[in-house]
Design a binder for this molecule. Structure first.
Ligand code: SAM
Length: 264
């Protein structure tokens, strides 16, 4: 897999395929074509050269406890709680696979992957595809590695900032982003990056939370905004997608959960 150096956007980094084989531990360094070097520890490639400040919400994702409990305790139940009706994780994965339709030779990216739920689902649906997953939390990537190893799923796990993605333009056939939009500090910059790394006609799957219509739920969202989360109406988030030059192909909302299929 080819990456773009985070310090020199002309320089290429080639990741050996073994890095994605999570059944075998890989620790070492990789070097860009201009000589800058990066660590790979237990298959996680670290491309963060300068850590930016985190919001409170982002900081909690750097706690080992959050990373350990996130998927099993929260994520698997979250859509049923947020939509107000039974919404099993399998239904979300079905929609993901239906809209992204991963090809055997395709290259896909999970942005702000946390424990790489979407990345694992894509790889399971299309075992010959290549999947990269990025997050700036080492703790989340460590948990993603454990879960992918248990599922016998090969993934490239990369510690990187979604505001400056370490990929060349038009690399991916699809980009997926589950719940991350609400947590970003610079959502438009990240959407521009998603558009840049997608091939022409590539697809982007976004699941995000919208502003509630109910005053009591709005009160909770307002206090979460204080911690760094953001919520938009559907129209407001659609404007963001359009500003990043995406076309909205499909969309539906249930409760405060919005699923959108975008094309580049
Ligand atoms: C709500 S969680 C996403 C969950 C995951 N996509 C899922 O579907 O279960 C948001 C994740 O985005 C990561 N994140 C937030 N801002 C980021 C950024 N600028 N670059 C990389 N990761 C980021 C956080 O560390 C966190 O793990």
């Amino acid at each position: 897999m080819k990456l773009r150096s985070p310090v020199n956007d002309q320089a290429e980094i080639t990741l050996p395929k073994q890095v994605s084989d999570l059944q075998k531990q890989f620790t070492g360094t990789v070097c860009s074509s201009r000589g800058d070097e990066y660590n790979i520890e237990n298959n996680i490639v670290d491309l963060i050269t300068q850590q930016k400040e985190f919001t409170l919400a982002q900081s909690t994702n750097h706690w080992t406890l959050t990373a350990t409990l996130y998927e099993d305790l929260w994520r698997k139940r979250s859509l049923s709680l947020l939509t107000g009706e039974p919404f099993p994780i399998e239904k979300e994965k079905e929609l993901l696979i239906d809209w992204v339709n991963p090809k055997p030779d395709g290259l896909y990216l999970d942005v702000g992957c946390s424990t790489a739920l979407y990345a694992r689902a894509l790889k399971k649906a299309s075992p010959k595809s290549t999947i990269a997953a990025i997050d700036f939390s080492k703790q989340m990537l460590t948990e993603a590695r454990l879960k992918a190893e248990a599922d016998q799923t090969d993934l490239y796990l990369i510690k990187a900032d979604a505001r400056e993605m370490p990929f060349f333009g038009k690399t991916f056939d699809g980009v997926v982003m589950g719940g991350t939009l609400n947590e970003l500090s610079d959502e438009l910059k990240v959407l521009f990056e998603c558009k840049r790394v997608l091939k022409e006609g590539g697809v982007m799957f976004v699941m995000h939370l919208i502003k509630s219509e109910y005053w009591y739920a709005r009160l909770m969202q307002d206090s979460a905004e204080w911690g760094g989360l953001q919520f938009w109406t559907v129209d407001e988030s659609n404007k963001l997608f359009e500003r990043a030059d995406f076309t909205i192909e499909e969309q539906f909302t249930k409760g405060i959960v919005c699923f959108t299929k975008l094309s580049a």
